[in-house]
Design a protein around this ligand. Structure first.
Ligand code: CA
Length: 226
């Protein structure tokens, strides 16, 4: 089981790494929100322990970015025992929380409970017409045919599918899939869209991925099938 700890306080980070490692988890630590967001959205983790107050970008922003594409369970840590912080965290997609200071035994119990819950869940499958994307198996199908996607293409498709019917700008796509700001050069997005479209739509009569001129891209079923 791989756990990502996003925590800027050295002492707490060390304590969590040591404790979780002793209990058989493989632990990565990110020391700020930017690294944390990158690892959380690009890496493969079974669970994320996320401090809310972080330098760079805060825990809420990390959570929001993560939830665009991933269902990884998140246990948030908050130093402030304020109801509104916890509510905001849970609304942003956290699965559970702990208020600092906490006992390691309690953290471990919550980590174990979240991992059990995650395993008990049905696979997360998204569908649109004959398109099916299984987030757990990380496989995509159209009309039962497996689509041979790269990791980035899979992320791109998942993002579009989770927000089906919404036009996503190139900037949004660049931020979510590449974790970068392409202020002027969003060509990378167009290239990736073209490659995805070749696999997703070209072999099939009904097109799902549409270009909205001057605005971006949208994944949806259109009546005319084009
Ligand atoms: Ca902190």
């Amino acid at each position: 089981m791989r756990v990502l700890v996003i925590e800027d306080e050295q002492k707490t980070a060390d304590y969590l790494r040591k404790g979780l490692t002793e209990h058989g988890y493989v632990v990565d630590v990110a020391r700020d929100g930017i690294d944390g967001k990158h690892l959380a959205t690009e890496g493969e983790y079974d669970l994320i322990v996320l401090d809310l107050m972080l330098p760079g970008i805060d825990g809420y922003e990390v959570l929001t970015a993560l939830r665009q594409t991933r269902e990884t369970p998140v246990l948030m840590l908050t130093a402030r025992d304020k109801v509104e912080d916890r509510v905001r965290g849970l609304q942003s997609g956290a699965d559970d929380y702990l208020v600092k200071p906490f006992a390691f035994s309690e953290l471990l119990a919550r980590v174990q409970a979240l991992l059990r819950r995650g395993r008990a869940q049905e696979p997360t499958v998204y569908r649109l017409a004959d398109l099916e994307v299984d987030l757990v198996k990380r496989k995509a199908f159209r009309a039962g045919q497996r689509l041979d996607l790269t990791a980035k293409e899979f992320m791109l498709l998942t993002l579009l599918l989770r927000r089906q019917g919404q036009i996503l700008s190139r900037t949004t796509i660049a931020e979510q899939v590449w974790d970068m700001n392409f202020d002027s050069d969003t060509n990378v997005v167009d290239v990736a869209i073209r490659r995805l479209r070749a696999k997703l739509d070209d072999p099939f009569a009904a097109k799902l991925l549409h270009t909205v001129r001057g605005m971006g891209y949208v994944l949806e079923v259109r009546a005319d099938g084009k």
